[in-house]
Design a protein around this ligand. Structure first.
Ligand code: SIN
Length: 485
């Protein structure tokens, strides 16, 4: 069915403390292909006691793993990255089957995911401390960096491999051990990565993959005093609950939460670049990314040409199963996601938005939505306030720069923002005025392992990727040496 070269990459098991596990053997979660609802397989629902076993194994492994040199950690991470490249086609097939994204995008995500292993493998050798000139001649002050300890990571379904390595790679590079709970819709990609991690030489207990009931696993991880850090990517609503729950054990947190990205096109923009950027930002992964353009603001002078060009490109998108040749847009992840997109479009239309393309379900199947362009959108419509997480471009007209900035910042989210202009002074002014953690200036594709990814406001906090990513998994210990003679 999956036509894998290496069938052992597809595991219907959890991975606990270095052993593949069927859990208690009597409770399972079934995973379906979002394109057609076909059953792909099942994974065990671990009991709380089994999660506690995984935590103990991670703690035991930590005692030894924290002593590893940067060079030794780098070697494992880089071997793991090489294995991902070697088995890229199989990993992409598993991803498309469980997540639905077009195969070419899944192949791109495997590159993205392995880039974090490669990058943080390199960084593992560069976890530098500091020396600080002391205020007294008899003192010497240094700062050393040490791993946080046992870490928990909860990853989303939209990037089933990329979000795993973006958390696990810096944690392992820093010397931490990790308990990872993949999204219930897409556990097979994480499990396949784990097969390769084992092969790359990661020691037993350094990484566990916990499958099953989110509440049970989450509760055990959060209540544990051994788990010292939680990194979560997902909705703002769940992030807030996790943050409150983690207060009990004062865990270190990284929260990569929802977004409501503005995409501003000024009259002086390069139109070709703006349309290309809009397509890349809006329709990647069917619009199911936290950094997707959610609200388009287009200046009056360029509005008609931008709408016309974008609409033409959107109409020519090929919708279908991710495995079919030439498909550029797959299904939404599940029925709830489909209903949300439908509700937001219907609400906007009822309140006066014009449908330039799409605006309806697609004949490819029950979870497919036709790529859509809406114009004359305004703040009375829910689509301006909620994350669409679907292939819908909602466009609003504006007249001047001040209005664009106000419109863009009118949201409680602050993850990514995009704008297109050819005016140097405006590019500096607007960059500084946007209340976001990431700005794409004349660029719609901003994700890379070398830059710090993360939001502000209700989009969360903490940086993933870049040299700053490792800070989330290490602590600075200040050492004051006195009585130096
Ligand atoms: C996300 O949607 O959370 C991640 C998107 C990305 O890494 O580009």
């Amino acid at each position: 069915m999956l036509n894998l070269q290496r069938t052992d990459l597809f595991r219907e098991a959890a991975y606990v403390g270095g052993e593949w596990s069927a859990g208690s053997g009597d409770s399972w979660q079934t995973i379906h292909n979002p394109a057609d609802g076909e059953r792909l397989g099942r994974v065990p629902c671990l009991t709380r006691a089994q999660v506690a076993d995984a935590i103990r194994a991670a703690d035991k492994a930590f005692a030894e793993y924290r002593q590893w040199t940067g060079k030794a950690k780098a070697a494992v991470l880089q071997r793991w990255a090489a294995l991902m490249q070697e088995h890229k086609a199989d990993l992409a097939r598993i991803m498309t089957a469980e997540q639905g994204k077009p195969y070419a995008e899944a192949m791109g995500e495997i590159d993205y995911a392995s880039s974090f292993l490669e990058w943080f493998g390199e960084e593992a050798k560069r976890i530098y401390g500091e020396t600080i000139p002391a205020p007294r001649g008899t003192q010497r002050i240094t700062v050393i960096r040490q791993p946080v300890g046992v870490c928990a990571a909860i990853t989303p379904w939209n990037f089933p491999s990329g979000m795993v390595t973006r958390k696990v790679a810096p944690a392992l590079a820093a010397g931490c051990t990790v308990l990872l709970k993949p999204a219930p819709q897409t556990p097979f990609s994480a499990l396949a990565l784990c097969v390769l991690a084992e092969e790359a030489g990661l020691p037993k207990g350094a990484l566990s993959i916990l499958t099953g009931n989110a509440e049970d696993i989450g509760a055990e991880l959060i209540e544990s005093e051994t788990v010292r850090k939680l990194s979560f990517t997902g909705s703002t609503a769940v992030g807030k609950k996790l943050m409150a729950a983690c207060a009990g054990t004062m865990k270190k947190l990284s929260l990569e939460l929802g977004g409501n990205a503005p995409f501003i096109v000024f009259d002086d923009a390069n139109l070709d670049a703006a349309v290309q950027g809009a397509l890349a930002s809006k329709f990647r992964n069917g619009g199911q990314t936290c950094v997707c353009a959610n609200r388009f603001f287009v200046q009056a002078g360029i509005y008609d040409s931008f709408v016309e060009r974008l609409t033409k490109a959107v109409i020519s998108m090929r919708v279908g199963r991710g495995t079919d040749h030439g498909v550029t847009l797959g299904p939404l992840i599940d029925d709830a996601a489909f209903r949300k997109v439908e509700r937001l479009v219907d609400d906007a239309r009822a309140k006066g938005a014009q449908v330039r393309a799409g605006g309806q379900p697609h004949s490819a199947g029950p979870r497919f939505y036709t790529p859509t362009v809406l114009t004359e959108v305004d703040y009375s419509m829910s689509i301006m306030h909620e994350e669409i997480f679907g292939p819908v471009a909602a466009i609003t007209r504006f007249t001047d720069e001040a209005e664009a900035i106000t419109l863009a910042n009118t949201t409680r989210y602050g993850l990514a923002a995009y704008f297109y202009t050819s005016d140097l002074n405006r590019s500096i002014r607007v960059t500084e005025a946007l209340d976001y953690g990431i700005v794409g200036l004349n660029e719609g594709a901003i994700s890379t392992e070398v830059a710090p990814f993360g939001g502000i406001k209700e989009s969360g906090f903490g940086k993933e990727g870049s040299r700053h990513g490792i800070d989330e998994y290490s602590e600075r210990k200040y050492v004051c040496v006195g009585n130096v003679s």
